[in-house]
Design a protein around this ligand. Structure first.
Ligand SMILES: C[S@@+](CC[C@H](N)C(=O)[O-])C[C@H]1O[C@@H](n2cnc3c(N)ncnc32)[C@H](O)[C@@H]1O
Length: 232
């Protein structure tokens, strides 16, 4: 409760201490035709498989996806929570075939849409989709950055330039220890005001849970996800 109070106080003071937020009266919009084109190119979930070497790294590599409707629901957190904060950077940690970074790059307020994926075959599929979208939408796709790597080896401060971001982690298959390791890293490297949405939650002194919402996934029409914020 004490963290929620601190968060509320921070938001009443205008969001956070960053100067580069300009959320007042910003309207979020999507490039016309962009989402439809992406859905035409990638209509149903694919399941590119990890190699034996990737499996040996002992991360949970089970695959499943957000639906497009779910991504649109999560995108509301680009601007809601505090009217004075716009989150211009989106990161999908464990991004699979890149649906979320690709989709969110179509929003006017998004300047960088980043995906980090360990499995090479999933990353390759994402690159293919990015290239196919690029032919019609060079501006939007220029915001997308797809990284084939380990989420625990990334420098999130460098990726976000210390701006508050919107983070999605589909961590239903992560155990509490792995989620705690990731939360420790995110809390240390990301700015206050950053929203972290996950499908499983753990307690963390600097990451406070704001609400639970239900979104449609590839495996379930109604899956609960947890919306958190990093506090100072
Ligand atoms: C359930 S899928 C989610 C895909 C996508 N984010 C979505 O929600 O539509 C989780 C992804 O996390 C990836 N993953 C697991 N451990 C990882 C790690 N250490 N670093 C990067 N990606 C990882 C898996 O390979 C898998 O593609």
């Amino acid at each position: 409760m004490k963290y929620k109070m601190k968060y509320l106080a921070m938001m009443q003071q205008g969001g956070n201490n960053n100067d580069n937020n300009d959320g007042n009266n910003i309207t979020v919009s999507m490039t016309p035709g962009y989402a439809t084109k992406l859905q035409e190119l990638y209509p149903t979930t694919k399941y590119p498989q990890p190699t034996d070497a990737e499996i040996k790294q002992n991360y949970p590599l089970t695959y499943g996806e957000l639906t497009y409707d779910a991504i649109a629901i999560l995108a509301k957190y680009l601007t809601t929570i505090s009217p004075n904060v716009v989150r211009h950077i989106v990161i999908d940690i464990g991004s699979g075939v890149g649906k979320l970074p690709l989709y969110t790059s179509g929003y006017n307020v998004v300047t960088r849409a980043i995906g980090i994926e360990l499995v090479q075959a999933r990353h390759n599929e994402a690159m293919q989709l990015l290239n196919n979208m690029r032919e019609t939408y060079p501006n939007e796709t220029s915001k997308v950055e797809l990284i084939n790597g380990d989420m625990l080896q990334q420098d999130y401060k460098a990726l976000t330039g210390s701006q508050p971001a919107l983070i999605w982690v589909s961590n239903l298959c992560f155990d509490d220890e792995l989620t705690t390791r990731l939360f420790n890293k995110l809390a240390a490297e990301l700015s206050p005001g950053t929203i972290i949405i996950t499908s499983k939650t753990v307690q963390h002194p600097k990451i406070t849970k704001l609400e639970d919402i239900t979104v449609p996934m590839s495996w379930s029409n109604g899956s609960i996800v947890f919306v958190h914020i990093i506090i100072a």
